[in-house]
Design a binder for this molecule. Structure first.
Ligand code: PMV
Length: 314
């Protein structure tokens, strides 16, 4: 067993296409966002002290032994130890994150990924992205109820992914034919994933034909976007984002604030824009020419965005 301190990080993420429909077996595309990240540092502790978890930003500190059974941080650590058939080491895990919570940027999955990676490495048995993703998926069920698995996948692999939840063979890692720039703006309002997924499910139960047609249309957009990303047809992605946003409005998961930011981005010359993630609040994203990114950032801030991140997908 290693006794040197170990630090691991994990990026945030955004869903480019296919949120919600992905829960019903349609494809979705997500990319890592390295401008925000979660980190976990594992340091050796005195013999017999057990494993202590410290959530630095939340001012929480508890031992694994006394953690509530459904605490997601403790669950990530427990699942890792179970997977490795290892006893809890005498150590302290300090967890931090710059990813806004409940904003569709994957904060829960990134924190879990950082914990799983750091602990496995501290024990001297690092896990593969597929193994990390599988453990983080189990933790995601606490946050989301019935997650599709896209967040744990894109964050554990740290690559753009084309994801279909029913495919056991694992995600398709996307080869990006030409880099493109995204501006990601936070409404500052929470995006309660579990509640929005339940709302869509209730709608689907009431009117299956209508919802399934919307899911299929969204799936078709994700399939087309996958081809365009791989062939480097960046311009062609913009209209697909606009169409995807219109379908998300029909699913009932947008909001006046998201629509306002989407409209502002388009008026600022974005090639396309849409909400990203579960909706209602959280983030929207806009595809922009790199030279227009600064202007789009300013316009989105003027339109009320709480934070704006710029990232290049390559
Ligand atoms: O965690 P978020 O806000 O990015 O939303 C997840 C995306 C959904 O498709 C709405 C749910 C899921 O599990 O894929």
């Amino acid at each position: 067993m290693s006794h040197a301190p170990v630090e691991s990080t994990a990026p945030g993420k955004v869903i480019l296409f296919g949120e919600h429909a992905v829960v019903y077996g349609e494809p979705a595309i997500a990319v890592p966002v390295s401008q925000v990240e979660a980190g976990a540092t594992v340091e050796p502790a005195p013999s017999g002290s057990g494993l202590t978890l410290v959530a630095a930003d939340l001012e929480q500190r508890f031992t694994l032994a006394e953690a509530p059974p459904r605490d997601p941080l403790a669950l990530a650590a427990r699942l890792t130890l179970d997977r490795l058939s290892a006893p809890a080491p005498d150590a302290t895990i300090v967890i931090r994150s710059s990813i806004p919570i409940a904003s569709g940027l994957g904060s829960g999955a990134a924190v879990s990924t950082a914990i799983v990676r750091a602990l496995a490495e501290f024990i001297g048995r690092p896990l593969s992205p597929a193994q990390v993703s599988e453990l983080v998926f189990e933790v995601e069920k606490i946050h989301h109820g019935t997650p599709s698995g896209i967040d744990n996948t894109v964050i554990a692999y740290e690559r753009p992914v084309y994801f279909i939840c029913t495919e056991a063979s694992g995600p398709h890692l996307v080869s990006v034919g030409a880099p493109f720039t995204l501006v990601i703006a936070d409404t500052g309002l929470p995006s309660p994933t579990k509640r929005l997924v339940s709302r869509v499910r209730a709608g689907w139960k009431r009117d299956r034909a209508r919802y399934e047609a919307l899911f299929e249309d969204i799936g078709e957009i994700a399939r087309e976007a996958y081809r365009k990303i791989e062939t480097g047809d960046v311009e062609g992605l913009g209209p697909l984002m606009d169409k995807n946003h219109a379908l998300l409005i029909q699913l009932g998961v947008s909001s006046p604030t998201l629509d306002r930011l989407v409209d502002a981005a388009r008026e600022a010359g974005a090639l396309g824009a849409k909400l990203s993630g579960a909706g209602q609040g959280g983030n929207m994203l806009a595809l922009v020419d790199v030279e227009d990114a600064q202007n789009a950032t300013e316009v989105l801030k003027e339109a009320g965005a709480a934070h704006v991140i710029r990232t290049t997908v390559a």
